[in-house]
Ligand binder design. Structure first.
Ligand code: ZN
Length: 117
């Protein structure tokens, strides 16, 4: 993958991360406000908090996406971004543009979904 492409996808991923973080922070704030009656600091929202969210079942799917986004960002940095974890082939860029945190090509994703059912 070319450097410009990496930068392009990194930007997409960071945007996605920001969007999800905001949603999660908001959901968490509402819950904590309900529990303690005071708004909480959301600036230092870290990994531990996400694990806590998973425990209470809050925004479960968004936490999962956020994890996938983090993995994808790491992959851009180590150069393995855009490669399917199932078959090792390049994931089509058109797919990555829609789901920048995709870990599998469409074929492998479909097979995984089938086997999960
Ligand atoms: Zn694949």
């Amino acid at each position: 993958m070319k450097k410009v492409e990496k930068e392009y996808f990194l930007k997409l991923l960071e945007k996605e991360k920001e969007k999800i973080s905001k949603n999660l922070s908001y959901a968490r704030e509402v819950i904590e406000r309900g529990e303690k009656g005071v708004p909480t600091h959301i600036a230092d929202y870290g990994t531990d908090e996400f694990e806590k969210d998973l425990e209470v079942g809050l925004s479960n799917s968004e936490s999962k996406i956020l994890q996938a986004v983090d993995i994808a960002i790491k992959k851009i940095k180590d150069g393995s971004y855009g490669i399917c974890e199932g078959c090792g082939k390049q994931i089509p860029k058109e797919r990555l543009k829609v789901i920048p945190y995709a870990r599998f090509c469409i074929k492998c994703q479909t097979e995984r979904e089938k086997s999960e059912k």
